[in-house]
Design a protein around this ligand. Structure first.
Ligand code: FAD
Ligand code: FES
Length: 334
């Protein structure tokens, strides 16, 4: 038996068999809805079921919390339809009109930014370009259904060139990029995806926060604001363990030297031979010390889920940050 699936607010409609997931049906019908891991872990495909019934598979350590399930949320990659279904996808005005595409490109350049971080530039076909909002990510498709989320590091204005930063996690994507990938290789991507984007309706000063390669989408956002000549006050806090983790520290420092943006690098595990004279500890403690009152700020943060959760708690309880002004991109395992 098959059912009709309506996706709002894009007004996408497709047919799904009762035995296939909503995501599989969407892809089979040529609709690339937001997704990444396909196994219930990353949460990229989370939607609200506004009408109809789905059967939801809940893998251990999955991205759907009990609270989500009670609130009517579902994961497209883990839900099969039991009736006709209407879902509300998580979109914001800044990304709603941007089409999600399957694209091919060739590796233009590879650069080790640190022993465990690779910068990758992918060039699309001469007349092609990817429309995206600074902060969004793409899926890197490895074949046979294996895909991993990876953020876009450059500003959207760079035409047919896309920049990506990957940490070496030791898994399939990391091994492919650190051990096999070479210039001119073909690369398959899907995107842009996600709602990590600067909210244009606000003029509140921004605190950007990054942990490790969480710097990547933050770089895209800051470079985009710089290119626009934005006068919105901004500060950047970048955290790592040792100096090598701040793999583009000079670039961030140059932004601060050339503008009113403040840059605060913070290390948690510097040792004597690092000769580190900067801030130590965790970035969220540094932000709370420097901005005891965050009631009129927005925070954009990207990195490990634990760091983001600790920051959310600290800044909303100690500094009065409005939870609605806390925007995150969690580098969850996929
Ligand atoms: C929206 C989004 C955007 C992302 N953007 C980036 C990015 O720009 N740059 C980047 O470096 N990463 C990014 N990530 C994280 C990256 O997609 C995953 O970590 C990916 O799984 C790594 O693939 P892999 O095949 O190398 O490792 P996997 O095969 O997935 O995992 C290998 C091992 O590493 C562990 N591991 C995997 N990911 C993580 C993690 N995030 N933290 C801690 N341990 C992990 C696994 O548990 C496993 O033991 C992003 C994640 C999301 C959800
Ligand atoms: S694509 Fe569904 S949780 Fe990752």
């Amino acid at each position: 038996m098959s059912y009709l699936i309506y996706c709002k607010p894009m007004d996408v409609v497709f047919e799904a068999d009762e035995s296939e997931t909503l995501l599989a049906a969407a892809l089979r019908n040529g609709h690339v809805l937001p997704h990444c891991c396909g196994n219930g872990l990353c949460g990229t495909c989370k939607v609200r079921v506004v009408d109809g019934t789905v059967e939801q598979n809940r893998p251990a350590n999955g991205a759907l919390s009990d609270l989500d399930a009670e609130g009517g949320f579902a994961l497209l990659c883990q839900s099969t339809p039991k009736t006709n279904v209407t879902v509300q996808c998580n979109v914001i005005p800044e990304t709603a009109q941007i089409p999600v595409r399957r694209i091919m490109g060739r590796v233009h350049r590879l650069e080790r930014a640190a022993d465990d971080v690779m910068r990758i530039w992918v060039k699309l076909a001469e007349k092609d370009s990817l429309l995206f909002a600074a902060g969004q990510h793409v899926n890197f498709v490895l074949g046979a259904g294996v895909r991993r989320c990876i953020s876009l590091a450059n500003p959207p204005s760079e035409g047919n060139l896309l920049e990506l930063h990957l940490k070496n996690y030791g898994g399939a994507l990391s091994r492919h990029i650190f051990e096999k990938l070479k210039e001119k290789d073909l690369v398959r991507l899907e995107g842009p995806l996600g709602i990590f984007a600067i909210r244009r309706s606000s003029s509140k000063p921004i605190i950007f926060m990054a942990g490790g390669t969480g710097f990547s989408p933050i770089k895209s956002m800051i470079e985009s604001l710089r290119l626009e000549g934005s006068t919105r006050p901004a500060a950047l806090y970048w955290g790592g363990r040792r100096p090598k983790d701040l793999y583009l520290n000079d670039m961030a420092q140059a932004w601060a030297d050339e503008s009113d943006m403040t840059y605060v690098p913070v290390l948690s595990d510097a040792i004597a031979e690092d000769n580190w004279s900067g801030r130590t500890g965790f970035p969220h403690h540094a932000v709370a010390e420097d901005f005891p009152d965050l009631r009129q700020h927005q925070v954009y943060i990207c990195g490990a889920p634990a760091m983001i959760e600790a920051t959310r708690k600290e800044l909303t309880t100690r500094c009065g940050l409005d939870p609605e002004d806390f925007f995150t991109d969690e580098f969850k395992k996929s």
